[in-house]
Design a protein around this ligand. Structure first.
Ligand code: COA
Length: 160
C-alpha cells in the first residue's frame, strides 16, 4: 500500500490544490493532506483554520486524510509510513524551488520520493497570495477557490 503526503501551507486550499489532490488519489492508495503549522511566514488563516478549511473542502473524498503537522516534513512523512511526497509544480520558478526542496527532503529521509504534479491549464495561475490579494481588494475569487473557502475568506475579513 502506497501512502502519499501532499504537504503545504494551504492558506487557503485552492482549486489548484484540489486538482492535484484528485489526480494523486487516482494513483496512490492513501493521500494525507498535511497542513504545516510553521511555514516560516505569517498566514492569513490560523493553523487550526487552515486544517479545518481543508477538511471542509475535501469532505468525504475517499482515501484522503487531512492532518496538521509541526516540525520537519520529512519526520512527519516517516511517522505516517508514507513513501511519497506530492508537490504541485506550476512553472519554472516552482520547479527550481521544488527540486531544491526535494533534494533536501531526500537527504533527510531517503525512503521517500518526491513526485511533482503539473497543473491543469486553468489552475496554472492560482496561488494563495493572489487569492488573498484579490479578496482583500474586494475582487471575486470564485474562479480560484471553492464556495466554502470564499465564504471563509469573507467571514475572516469581517472579523479582522
Ligand atoms: N495550485 C495552486 N497553488 C499552488 C499549487 C497548486 N497546484 N502549488 C503550490 N501553490 C501555491 C500555494 O498556494 C502557495 O502560494 P503563496 O506562496 O502565494 O501563498 C505557494 O504555492 C507555496 O505553496 P506551499 O505548498 O504552501 O509551499 P511552501 O513552499 O510554503 O512549503 C511546506 C510548505 C509545508 C511544504 C514547507 O514549508 C515545509 O516542508 N515545512 C515544514 C518544515 C520543513 O520540513 N522544512 C524543510 C523543507 S525542505
Amino acid at each position: 500500500m502506497t501512502i502519499a503526503v501532499y504537504a503545504g501551507t494551504f492558506d487557503p486550499f485552492t482549486l489548484g490544490h484540489e486538482d492535484v489532490l484528485d489526480r494523486a488519489r487516482q494513483i496512490f492508495d492513501t493521500v494525507i493532506v498535511a497542513v504545516a503549522a510553521d511555514t516560516g511566514r505569517s498566514t492569513f488563516f490560523t493553523f487550526e483554520e487552515r486544517v479545518q478549511l481543508a477538511r471542509q473542502v475535501i469532505g468525504e473524498k475517499s482515501r484522503v486524510r487531512v492532518m496538521g503537522f509541526e516540525g520537519l516534513l520529512c519526520e512527519f512523512i516517516e511517522q505516517q509510513h508514507a513513501t511519497v511526497l506530492i508537490r504541485g509544480v506550476r512553472n519554472g520558478s516552482d520547479f527550481d524551488y521544488e527540486t531544491r526542496m526535494a533534494a533536501v527532503n531526500r537527504a533527510l529521509n531517503p525512503h521517500a520520493q518526491t513526485v511533482f504534479f503539473p497543473p491543469i491549464s486553468n489552475t496554472q495561475a492560482i496561488s494563495g497570495s493572489l487569492v488573498r490579494e484579490i479578496h482583500r481588494l474586494g475582487g471575486d475569487v470564485s474562479a480560484f477557490v471553492s464556495p466554502i473557502v470564499r465564504q471563509a475568506l469573507e467571514r475572516k475579513r469581517r472579523s479582522l
